[in-house]
Design a protein. Structure first.
Length: 440
């Protein structure tokens, strides 16, 4: 491979574009099959089989049930040993009761489009390098990529890119928050609420205590940090002291560093509520969403290809600066965990939906032809920047140098080496109920 080979020098741009265009009908079929058979968090068995079988039939080496998740897969394609490795993430989970209202069928399609294009280029030019399609389930509420990351996914890859549909704007830059999800289970002791309440430990009081303390904490949150929560269960009848209460909570902050700080103020609330009521509490940090760290070298190049070669007008695709100013997302993406391990972007493309993601309007647009074509175009741009990583040494070095610098500056470097995957631990309240003997 020549030291300064570029896509233009061998006309690979046209090869990428035409390979995706030729696969359009087949990719639409796969997208609609996933769309019409929605499967939720970690039970995406049909979609996982559909995509992994399809890649296997094309000659890819496929491993199923990888990195700690039954419905994850990793597919690899390489013809000549050595070279760099690029990855495309395919999501395929749907929302409970709403189906594909986040358009993850389009994410799968877009990443397969990139994969098909690079497979074609590798077959034509036979240079060293590996393409990977990572099947990543459970994005919605499951933090699937966090689980995969803690089990070794994406290690040593030179880039990993993916896309996501958006209601009405397109950007190469995804900005999301870091978030932990917590399930808290308070355990008390039941008693007759009128006859012998002193023999009980009130789990409803404990969770209300925690909820109230969280409300007080909100005044002291830094800009960009938020806490959401709901009580799922807190008793069954008014004449029984509730012995069990359960709630779900999310804390969010702009970066993982800020999230760690918020967690250190948030978590003691539950121990304090247990102490105040004599209950015990079990804290189950169920899913972590690290903030997405977008590689700006990749993002700029994505925009360049879109405008110079894929027919997008400059005003149709936000600049990086506009993205930072206008679209700082209050939400989260589990792509954050991936972006802490190797350089990457999650570009967003408009699907012209009547409503935001997680709505019926967004679901309807996710099955439409406009969304399909935009997903393919995003897949073409991602294929082109990934091809740059494979063949253009200077570009690959620049991508890597930016990644290392940003990780070190943000205190993110090697975070996964010291990371504890999942924490469930009990906190015991400090007093016991009075004995029943006091009744008389
Ligand atoms: Zn979603
Ligand atoms: Zn989504």
């Amino acid at each position: 491979m020549a030291e300064h080979m570029t896509l233009q020098s061998v006309d690979m741009i046209e090869e990428v574009v035409s390979a995706v265009d030729a696969a359009s009908d087949e990719l639409r079929r796969l997208s609609l099959e996933i769309f019409n058979n929605p499967e939720t968090i970690f039970v995406e068995f049909k979609a996982c089989e559909l995509l992994s079988n399809w890649l296997e039939n094309r000659g890819w080496k496929v491993s199923r049930g990888v990195y700690g998740l039954k419905t994850a897969f990793e597919a690899r394609f390489s013809l000549v040993e050595g070279g760099r490795t690029v990855c495309f993430n395919a999501e395929y989970d749907a929302l409970p009761g709403l189906g594909h209202a986040c358009g993850h069928n389009l994410i799968a399609t877009s990443s397969l489009a990139s994969a098909v294009a690079l497979e074609h280029v590798l077959k034509t030019h036979r240079f060293p390098g590996t393409i990977v399609v990572m099947g990543t389930p459970g994005e919605e509420s499951g933090g699937g990529k966090w689980i995969m990351a803690t089990n070794g996914a994406w290690k040593g890859f030179d880039a990993c890119v993916m896309t996501h549909g958006m209601r009405n704007f397109s950007t190469p830059l995804c900005l999301t928050k870091a978030s932990w999800k917590l399930r808290a289970r308070f355990h008390g002791q039941s008693a007759h609420a009128a006859t012998a309440p002193w023999t009980g430990l009130n789990a409803c009081d404990a969770i209300v205590h925690a909820y109230t303390a969280i409300s007080m904490l909100r005044q002291h949150l830094e800009k960009g940090s938020t806490i959401q929560g709901c009580i799922l269960e807190a008793g069954k009848a008014s004449n029984i002291i509730p012995d069990y209460a359960e709630g779900l909570f999310s804390i969010r902050a702009p970066t993982m560093q800020k999230l760690d700080e918020l967690k250190s103020r948030f978590e003691p609330i539950f121990g304090a509520a247990a102490a105040a009521t004599g209950c015990s509490v079990e804290l189950d940090w169920t899913a972590l969403y690290e903030d997405v760290v977008s590689n700006e070298t990749l993002a700029e190049q994505y925009r360049n290809y879109m405008i110079q070669h894929l027919g997008i007008e400059p005003e149709q695709l936000l600049t990086l600066e506009e993205s930072r100013m206008l679209h700082d997302q209050p939400g989260c993406s589990d792509f954050g965990s991936c972006s802490y391990i190797c350089p990457g972007i999650q570009a967003m493309f408009s699907i012209n939906a009547t409503d935001f993601p997680h709505s019926i309007g967004f679901r309807e647009a996710s099955a439409g032809e406009f969304a399909h074509q935009e997903a393919l175009k995003a897949g073409q741009a991602n294929a082109l920047i990934s091809l740059d990583v494979l063949i253009n040494h200077d570009f690959a070095d620049k991508v890597k140098a930016e990644f290392i610098a940003v990780m070190k500056k943000g205190g993110r470097w090697n975070r996964h080496l010291v990371f504890i995957p999942r924490e469930i631990y009990p906190v015991q309240g400090s007093f016991r109920p009075m004995s029943a003997g006091i009744v008389s």
